[in-house]
Design a protein. Structure first.
Ligand code: SAM
Length: 315
């Protein structure tokens, strides 16, 4: 069996590292937003991927023309579909296509879905009822067809019942925690915690501040949360081992309090509260460089279609 993991653009290497380091399988190939791997552990425990599906077909020879999609329909006809989907389920198909083609995602979805009993099309923006989701990805001439492994997408976290504008996609927060090397023994701080996603994705002794912590309090248990300004944190000098931060970018979320003019007071305050060996993972829009820390690694990703960077920083 081979599994296909979907990721946020840019997180493919982080997902590969999670698969290897947690001994969940071995990676066969990587392409745009996609990792194909052979599982040896429970793939549904992956945190840095958006979703995991069982690869059921690979179809080569997909060019730019709509008639190429007949190859895809024919490949589905060759599958033992009833064994894959059982009886009585709703089925929907979600397609992603890399590169310019003379067909769109709905054409791809219908080419596959029209061969599946119980298929509900997404054409026209219709949201299909819950059921079994098939995934089709096309890059270059190779199409991959896969069927979701879990009941719901992996990026949907049960703990996240409350949200705030600009809240993080949980796999991005999980990637930040991995890149910062957060461990159970660490004191982990998010000074602008919003709905608490970074802390929800981290082990350790977790501490979150924000001008409003109601959403984080609804989402998290066993985490210290308090209303505080990130420019004046109620923490002792040198008391924090890891920082995960997604400060306000001034788009979806306007900075408030001591950060209204710029983020300099945040970096100053973080310098004060971290230990000498601390690591910081900060998600910032592309082009913004964090002050007062030394860059260890940059992971460019896309957030809501915009270029952003996870900066891994040390003191
Ligand atoms: C991009 S959001 C963080 C989202 C969060 N990572 C999540 O996953 O929900 C930025 C947060 O910074 C907070 N914020 C703005 N100014 C602040 C300040 N001076 N001190 C602390 N938090 C501040 C906002 O209230 C907002 O929750």
């Amino acid at each position: 069996m081979r599994l296909l993991a979907r990721t946020v653009r840019g997180l493919e290497p982080v997902a590969c590292a999670e698969i290897h380091e947690r001994q969940l399988g071995w990676v066969e190939s990587v392409r745009h937003r996609e990792v194909v791997f052979h599982p040896v552990g429970d793939a549904l425990t992956l945190r840095t991927v958006d979703d995991v599906a069982t690869l059921v077909a690979e179809v080569d020879g997909i060019g730019v023309s709509t008639s190429d999609l007949r190859r895809l329909s024919a490949a589905i006809d060759r599958l033992e579909v009833s064994e894959i989907i059982g009886h009585g389920s709703n089925v929907d198909v979600s397609a992603s296509v890399v590169g310019a083609r003379r067909f769109n995602r709905y054409d791809v979805e219908d080419a596959v879905g029209s061969r599946l009993p119980g298929y509900r099309s997404r054409r026209g923006g219709v949201r299909p009822p819950d059921g079994l989701t098939w995934r089709v990805t096309i890059e270059g001439s190779l199409a991959r067809v896969a069927v979701r492994l879990g009941r719901a997408p992996l990026h949907r976290r049960p703990y996240k019942v409350a949200s705030v504008p600009g809240t993080l996609h949980p796999p991005v927060a999980a990637a930040m925690a991995r890149l910062a090397g957060v461990a159970e023994r660490h004191v982990v701080l998010d000074p602008c915690c919003g709905a608490g996603t970074t802390l929800g994705e981290s082990p350790g002794l977790r501490v979150g501040f924000d001008l409003d912590v109601r959403a984080a309090a609804a989402n998290l248990r066993g985490v210290t949360l308090a209303v505080a300004d990130a420019s004046a944190l109620p923490l002792a000098d040198g008391s924090v081992d890891r920082v995960l931060v997604n400060p306000p970018w001034g788009r979806a979320v306007r900075p408030g309090g001591g950060l209204t003019a710029d983020l300099a007071p945040l970096w100053r305050e973080l310098r004060r509260v971290v230990t000498g060996e601390a690591v910081v993972a900060a998600l910032l829009p592309d082009g913004v460089t964090p002050a007062a820390f030394h860059a260890v690694r940059r992971v460019p990703i896309r957030v809501h279609g915009r270029p952003a960077v996870i900066h891994v920083l040390a003191g």
